[in-house]
Design a protein around this ligand. Structure first.
Ligand SMILES: [Fe+2]
Length: 364
């Protein structure tokens, strides 16, 4: 090697090491890569969005090649973005999970090249199926904010929870993305009486009116977001909103809260709502229309590295679940006012598809 090049390399290495040490002292995420570049609200219409969940930092992540090939203008990470369940307040496991994700070439490229909006689910919150009772949620939130580049002056830093909203595009072609926090405020769930039995695997519906999914502050915030103007609203919930027929985590475990969410869509007159969810390690599309101003859909994409084949009942599911690694895509044709939402496999091949007319997503 040219000794001058070597010397320059050494100097750069020393600089880099010094800045890593400085970053380690300054940031709760020691020696991890920089936070993602947060997306900016755009005047240009947003017409290509990808979404996904359940991305184990220790797994092969070849799926990202297909995500990039789709050329999304926005990537939505819907939770379990890493697997970092913790055993103590040191948060050692979650910190290590984020650091491993930053070293994973596929994940690192996504974070570097795509505008990302992210929300957590239980495994990047810090404990399986955890809710408001999780004792180290503030430490977990600090790690999340550092990893995802949440600015110091972002409202998420000052309030409880990580719910977040952004609207993209000009009037008449606006996409609003609402990220719900289904962890920070959530009341304990009612445990099943027959663990593993079909339809009651872990939890049973609980009608207790004192229990909450979003908490008062987030409910009030959500109502304000739904009253803002937008033509398409992607409401992202880490756990499934509409799915029936299984006893894993889902909004149906707190049926009053599920009714409240659908009732809020009705009461605010919010047009263009489509739910996006994750968590389940399967892909699926659900639809509800009873008592609603227009049909509501929930498109579950899970996971980016996790999958399993399920034969669960699906009274309101459209078609069969997709039991392979997958990601979701949303394509908006603003000319024809049509939206195509698809589940794609690791090769980018479309495997499930939902076609919607924007004008059908409003009260008649
Ligand atoms: Fe997961």
């Amino acid at each position: 090697m040219d000794p001058r090049r070597f010397a320059r390399g050494q100097a750069r290495g020393a600089l880099r090491r010094r800045s890593l040490v400085a970053a380690a002292l300054a940031s709760p995420l020691a020696a991890a890569g920089a936070g993602a570049a947060p997306p900016q609200p755009t005047r240009a219409p947003l017409s290509r969005i990808a979404f996904g969940s359940c991305c184990d930092q220790a797994d092969d992540q070849r799926v990202w090649d297909a995500v990039h090939a789709f050329r999304p203008g926005l990537m939505i990470m819907a939770g379990d973005n890493v697997y970092g369940d913790v055993r103590s307040s040191s948060m050692r496991e979650l910190r290590a999970a984020y650091e491993a994700a930053d070293r994973n070439p596929g994940f690192a490229r996504m974070k570097r090249e795509l505008p990302v909006m992210a929300i957590w689910d239980d495994h990047d919150y810090g404990r399986n199926d955890a809710g408001a009772e999780f004792p180290w949620k503030q430490a977990s939130k600090d790690l999340f904010c550092a990893f995802w580049g949440v600015a110091e002056d972002d409202p998420r830093r000052r309030r409880e929870g990580l719910h977040h909203e952004m609207t993209f595009g000009p009037e008449g072609r606006r996409v609003q993305v609402i990220l719900l926090d289904t962890r920070w405020f959530r009341s304990p769930l009612r445990r099943t009486d027959r663990r593993g039995a079909p339809g009651r695997e872990r939890y049973l519906p609980d009608d207790d009116p004192a229990k909450t999914m979003l908490g008062d502050a987030q409910w009030a915030w959500l109502e304000r977001q739904l009253r803002r103007p937008a033509e398409l609203r992607l409401v992202v919930s880490s756990i499934q909103v509409l799915a029936e027929g299984h006893g894993w985590e889902r909004w149906g475990n707190l049926p009053r809260e599920r009714d409240r969410l659908l009732g809020l869509v009705r009461a605010t007159g919010a047009a263009g709502v489509v739910f996006l969810s994750g968590d389940r390690h399967l892909g699926a599309i659900y639809r509800e229309d009873a008592g609603l101003p227009y049909p509501l859909h929930d498109v579950t994409s899970s996971g980016l590295t996790k999958s399993y084949r399920s034969d669960e009942a699906g009274p309101n599911r459209l078609g069969e679940p997709l039991g392979e690694v997958n990601f979701g895509t949303v394509e908006v044709d603003w000319e024809s006012r049509r939206v195509a939402i698809a589940l794609r496999d690791a090769g980018g091949v479309e495997r499930r598809r939902l076609d919607l007319a924007l004008d059908a997503l409003r009260a008649r």
